[in-house]
Design a protein around this ligand. Structure first.
Ligand SMILES: *Cc1c(COP(=O)(O)O)cnc(C)c1O
Length: 381
């Protein structure tokens, strides 16, 4: 089965009692048993719910994984992954990372004795020299936020396997499985904030972990049962419904992104455009190899590199909504220096390229010409 068919059908069967094509939203906390422990596969809804199962099978199909487990948020999914480790274990992570992940690693798990290093994973020598005997997990996020750098998943997973017994995990939120399937590139674990492209309509928070490593997934199932950061059935339904059009939405978003990138790269007020699809992008070839297309996230810096100019652009758009998050049908515009990366000191963020006028776009599925015009008039205000 090809991806577009899987997005509709993977693991999906009509409901047994009625033939309903879409899974019912099973609003129940518990399940009747015939005799103690004799039940139909479900005993308590923290552990499992049929609506959640339908979603898990669908995401497993899209990520070419044997199993998937869903969570109440993306960070809850990451939390469960880190809880499979022990004090003294080392995690090697990318340094250009979703802020919430960085906060979870350094403020929750570091105090419990798990060690983290943050390195530039576009530099494979740095990856090689940072792997230690105690490294049990390598954490990749690609493309990165907000600078859209691309990490070679296959190369990092290869190095990791040769030098340690660590698992390689990829936060695949920015690309979505339509554009990038980390397990096929040699990663062991893939994680999603289903809040973003999978849900796709900015109406739900959720997370997922998928893998074919049975021992690892057993630990994740144990986390679900024991820590209980589970999604409700209605949330699972919304994400499942969103996934049915994932391929259509992402494809259109990418087309629109390319139109926006064309305008930005030729605009006299724009200093630099960050987009893996540009031939001048430092990891363009890696992106072309490991992604089906270059995504719908775009960042750019203005020649007038000031917060005032950036604010003028962001308040001037009529279609782009000024908001955090990404991956929905509507186009969003945001300002990393004051929003997502506001807590990082100016010298530190500027060193990695997050300057005052950097603007991040999540391109949606509106009309491309409208998006281009909207952004252009805001830049020229
Ligand atoms: C949003 C996001 C998360 C966190 O997910 P939530 O659903 O907001 O908890 C993790 N990683 C990336 C790359 C994200 O964009």
């Amino acid at each position: 089965m090809k991806f577009n068919t899987k997005a509709i059908h993977a693991g999906q069967e009509p409901e047994k009692t009625s033939g309903a094509v879409m899974p019912p939203v099973f609003h129940t906390s518990t399940y009747a048993q015939k005799s103690p422990n004799e039940h139909q596969g479900y005993d308590y809804a923290r552990v499992g719910n049929p609506t959640r199962t339908a979603l898990e099978k669908l995401i497993a199909g899209l990520e070419e994984a044997d199993e998937c487990a869903c969570f109440g948020s993306g960070v809850a999914a990451i939390d469960a992954i880190i809880k499979t480790l022990k004090p003294g274990d080392h995690v090697l992570s990318t340094n250009d990372l979703y802020g919430g992940t960085y906060r979870l690693f350094t403020q929750v798990f570091e105090p419990y004795g798990i060690e983290f290093s943050f390195v530039d994973m576009t530099n494979l020598e740095e990856v090689q020299s940072s792997l230690k005997e105690s490294t049990k997990l390598v954490w990749i996020e690609t493309p990165t936020n907000p600078l859209l750098r691309v990490i070679d998943i296959e190369a990092v997973a290869d190095l990791t396997r040769k030098k340690s017994d660590a698992l390689t995990a990829v936060d695949n939120t920015f690309a979505s499985p339509y554009l990038q399937q980390p397990l096929l590139l040699g990663a062991d674990v893939v994680m999603h904030s289903t809040t973003k492209y999978l849900g796709g309509h900015s109406d739900v928070i959720g997370g997922a972990v998928a893998s074919s490593n049975e021992e690892f997934m057993e630990k994740i199932r144990f986390q679900i049962k024991t820590s209980g950061a589970v999604p409700g059935p209605m949330d699972c339904y919304l994400i499942l419904r969103g996934i049915k059009t994932l391929h259509l939405r992402v494809q259109r978003s990418v087309e629109n992104a390319k139109a926006v990138v064309d305008m930005l790269t030729s605009h006299p007020d724009v200093d630099h455009v960050f987009y893996p699809g540009l031939k001048t992008h430092a990891q363009h070839e890696t992106a072309a190899r490991q992604m089906k297309d270059f995504g719908a996230m775009v960042s750019f810096r203005l020649k007038d590199d000031t917060i005032e100019k950036a604010k003028q652009v962001m308040s001037g758009t009529k279609i782009f909504t000024l908001a955090e998050s990404l991956g929905g049908v509507e186009s969003l515009i945001s300002h990393p220096a004051s929003m997502t990366h506001g807590s990082i000191p100016k010298e530190v963020r500027e060193k990695v390229g997050i300057t005052d006028s950097l603007i991040r776009l999540s391109i949606g599925v509106e009309d491309a010409e409208d998006l281009v015009e909207d952004l252009k008039q805001a830049i020229e205000l």
